[in-house]
Design a protein around this ligand. Sequence first.
Ligand code: MN
Length: 389
Amino acid sequence: MCVFDSIDYGDFFNMGEYSRLGINTEKRRIKIFDTTLRDGEQSPGVYFNKNTKTNIALKLYDLGVDMIEAGFPAVSDEEFETIKGLNNIIDNVCSLSRCNINDINKVIDSNSNTIHLFIATSDIHMEYKLKMTREEVSKRIIDSIDYAKDHGLKVIFSPEDATRTDINFLREIISGINNKVETINIPDTIGIMNPISMYYFIKKIREFTKNNISVHCHNDFGLATANTLSGLIAGADEVQVTVNGIGERSGNAALEEVVSSVYGFLNSYTGIKMEKLYEISKYISSESNITPQKNKAIIGENAFAHEAGIHVQGIINNSRTYEAINPELFNIKRKIVIGKHSGKAAIKYILENNGINKTDDEINDILNKIKMYNKSINEDFLLEVSKNE
Ligand code: MN
């Protein structure tokens, strides 16, 4: 474990008496498996070349993630070479592989020490995609895991589309591999779970295995982070996430949201250096060409911006009045924004910070002019200033 594991970020969270209602808040270390370079790169329109992938992997390493899924060596020679290069410099890299010898050999040849094997186990995937029976899939899983292990690899196994897989079949598979794998990952491949169903589902899976359980949630209903958190509450040990939540379709659970929730709701911790989160988020935005929506939690442009007069007044007096998390945790500056909903306090605050003293009447006058100007241009004229304590 790294030294940052012991940092207590609790002071940065302004949770309430009921925030953790019903949650077992026994402190534990949650493992972070980052798949920005694999599922994240599967976002439509995203392409990371060798250089970019290597840079991102090094930043993720620096950020403190436990495992970096660098990619899928079988997809291209460039991907293979990139992963091989990474395996020479960092030791917590893993690679994705289908359950076939060719894919597994690529992972072995790339010098990875961990393989993420997957095969679909839901009836719909087996019938229409794999065209395999349950018996064939079961045999393929065992053969692939045995082959990978015979070549010295540690194995993470994912029954793809687990959340639409018959629970008895899932139990049979997991029971058969329990003593062979390091981690059983439960993917909600098409994002069809909700926080309640995910909780009961992972509780059930916990009955089948004492292994490390991880969850991999997609955001098709906007519930990826919530479902991931539910998985943890139900007893999962690890989460698969991406920076900014990039990934297939509506994306994956966002690393920054999940890690913050681990502190805020579970009273638990990770190896992530929170002060580096925003920096890597900006880097991923620029390299992926996907700018997070302005109102996205934590890393969105407006996540720590305050406009309404009453709110600004509160923030100026004590930032805990209107912030769930202190943005300084992420090295983000909170913003006070002047617009249609502004009040005198914000104007006064900005002027005073610039060494300008005005009377109340003068401040009122300035505020009225700003509001009239907003009306004339028919939009919010935003003036931003940073406020740090
Ligand atoms: Mn996925």
